[in-house]
Ligand binder design. Structure first.
Ligand code: GDP
Ligand code: MG
Length: 177
């Protein structure tokens, strides 16, 4: 890394939200450590990870928070979202209920994060397209109606994982500028 690159630390965290089992923890471990785990491990409380990306001749350092198994509605404390300026709202493309719950998650995110927060709708498990239960068309339309970006990802085969986080991190950085 050339030493002339300026480091910018995002002052507030990015949060992950969405139903249990949709792949939030694996998206985070794929993005920050390039790791994928076949079995779900739930931990008590909130976990976070840090990651730097290069953008606009700068190193942008971000902290990303994971719900760590507290996905029941109302179980996540206000403190989890407080100050967050970005969120990845994740559903599982093979599980319709996880998409139907996106509306509730979005309300919760909007109620607790900054008004200008960058929110990205993420349809995870795109590698399991033969079991698809949510169409790209429907998800994209919902995202557009609700001022979110949208992408389908696979934490398993890595597709679009970097892209999803980068849209949010760059969006936050540009709002700060
Ligand atoms: P969380 O509860 O939202 O944090 O979900 P996890 O990250 O713990 O993942 C739940 C389960 O889905 C685990 O068995 C993962 O291995 C699996 N999983 C996560 N992401 C993917 C993916 O992109 N593709 C597939 N096929 N499985 C995934
Ligand atoms: Mg998890």
């Amino acid at each position: 890394v050339p030493s002339c690159l300026e480091q910018v630390k995002l002052p507030y965290p990015v949060v992950l939200a969405g139903d249990s089992g949709v792949g939030k923890s694996n998206l985070l471990s794929r993005f920050t450590k390039n790791e994928f785990h076949l079995s779900s491990r739930s931990t008590i409380g909130v976990e976070f990870a840090c990651k730097s990306i290069e953008f606009d001749s700068r190193i942008i350092k971000a902290q990303i928070w994971d719900t760590a198994g507290q996905e029941r509605f109302g179980a996540i404390t206000t403190a989890y979202y407080r100050g967050a300026v970005g969120a990845l709202l994740v559903y599982d493309i093979t599980r319709l209920s996880s998409f139907e719950h996106v509306t509730r998650w979005l309300t919760e995110i909007r109620n607790h994060t900054q008004p200008n927060a960058i929110i990205m709708l993420v349809g995870n498990k795109s590698d399991m397209h033969e079991l698809r239960a949510v169409s790209v068309h429907e998800a994209r339309a919902f995202a557009e109606d609700n001022d979110m970006s949208f992408v389908e990802t696979s934490a398993m085969d890595s597709s679009n994982v970097d892209a999803a986080f980068q849209v949010v991190l760059k969006g936050i950085y540009q709002e700060m500028a």
